[in-house]
Design a binder for this molecule. Structure first.
Ligand SMILES: *Cc1c(COP(=O)(O)O)cnc(C)c1O
Length: 397
């Protein structure tokens, strides 16, 4: 307890000296807000590995095999996040016949260097594919793509297909099952960006079953490092990824992945957070979010011009009904004291700063990484900003 509070003090004094504004995260796992919060267990494992040196190559190989076993994958490799996995995976698909060719990247002369993506699947992280030197070839239109058109896009130059799992099944797009069947006929690997699919752990191995050759997950979504994650799948491709990452300088001095270097503490944190996440009672986790959303709704009842709905904030910035993880607050500006933008701004500029999600005339308080105490602070501030009648909130409290 004493050690803890003096820890807190030294931390806050550094942050204070730097002039950092501390924030309550009512948005969820965002890289810009720091990703996730380490559990005491993860922190203990980080402290333990900090005491000793080891061989990074061995740590990466054995941790990768361990993760692969958890999902019955052929193999896996820890990376500093999904963006890094995309860069390494694309490079691996281009040089799989001869990993020493990675030394010429991003010059792709003589290599298969096109990555196919359906138009409706473009998203901000596909940029990382191009960092390897590959060219993204968009197929179809945002309205959709037929199987024939997609198949016609394959050529001698095709190195990989990129398929974002969160956009799978989107109107007009081909599903992962359809895409991987076509890609297999052309002997082209399919990379599935499943960054936040760990939210439903049972789904994690399904992307391999459905034909994904490489499937990547971001540790920021399962309580691991903001710059952590892993890619799992085909053994031959994982082997190339491990060769062109940053450790095997003795094996042909492959340097491609050096900017994606990791420390042992990060690797250990990814594995520990993942094991804990798989061992979590997710029904209890979700019940807690529902309880918090219901409590907040009760405290905000009576605010004029406001509709309060417990909802699910999906990580790709859409709201669906289930399973509840947030309170969606819709504001009728003709009646309410403030617009949604003004409320979010009021939360942001308060002390402590509270970072909620703004979506047009709606705002959301997301429960994924908030503590019960923090939510009380959010509730008080929202009562004030939304003009909840005082007697009402007292009577309810
Ligand atoms: C966060 C995210 C990424 C990037 O993952 P990092 O681990 O932060 O590099 C890629 N794709 C999607 C869909 C994401 O949400």
């Amino acid at each position: 307890m004493t050690a803890n509070s003096s820890d807190e003090q030294s931390k806050s004094s550094l942050l204070a000296r730097l002039g950092i504004r501390l924030a309550i995260n009512a948005s969820g796992n965002y890289s810009d807000l720091g990703g996730s919060r380490y559990s005491p267990h993860v922190l203990a494992e980080i402290a333990a590995v900090n005491r000793n040196f080891l061989r990074m190559h061995e740590l990466l190989e054995k941790s990768g095999r361990h993760i692969a076993n958890l999902f019955h994958a052929e193999n896996a490799h820890i990376t500093p996040g999904v963006a890094a996995a995309l860069m390494l995976g694309t490079a691996a698909c281009m040089v799989k016949a001869d990993p020493t060719k990675s030394e010429q990247l991003p010059d792709t002369t003589g290599l298969k260097s096109e990555v196919l993506i359906q138009s409706g699947h473009r998203q901000m992280f596909d940029h990382q594919v191009r960092m390897s030197g590959a060219r993204l070839l968009e197929v179809g239109s945002p309205a959709g793509v037929s199987k024939d058109l997609f198949e016609g896009a394959f050529s001698e130059r095709t190195a990989m297909v990129l398929h974002p799992a969160h956009l799978d099944g989107k109107n007009g797009t081909l599903s992962l099952d359809e895409v991987s069947k076509i890609a297999r006929r052309h002997d082209v690997p399919v990379f599935v960006d499943a960054a936040f699919m760990s939210k439903v752990p049972e789904n994690m191995p399904t992307f391999l079953d459905r034909g994904g050759d490489l499937v990547a997950f971001s540790a920021k979504y399962f309580g691991g490092p903001n710059a952590g994650g892993f890619v799992m799948g085909r053994g031959d491709l994982i082997s190339v990824i491990s060769k062109i990452h940053f450790t095997q300088y003795e094996d042909g001095h492959l340097k491609f992945g050096r900017p994606l270097k990791m420390d042992r503490q990060t690797v250990v944190a990814v594995v520990t957070a993942l094991e804990d996440w798989l061992g979590t009672d997710h029904n209890a986790r979700l019940s807690r979010y529902r309880r918090l959303a219901t409590e907040l709704k009760r405290k905000l009842q009576g605010a004029p011009g406001v509709v309060l709905s417990p909802m699910y904030f999906a990580n790709y910035e859409t709201f669906v009904p289930e399973p509840v993880n947030c309170l969606l607050i819709e504001i009728d500006q003709a009646i309410a004291a403030k617009s949604a933008a003004e409320v979010v701004k009021g939360l942001e500029t308060g002390s402590p700063s509270i970072i909620a999600v703004l979506d047009g005339s709606r705002l959301a308080v997301v429960m994924d990484v908030i503590s019960d105490e923090e939510l009380n602070v959010v509730a008080d501030k929202l009562q004030e900003l939304l003009g909840v009648p005082r007697n009402r909130s007292r009577a309810d409290a």
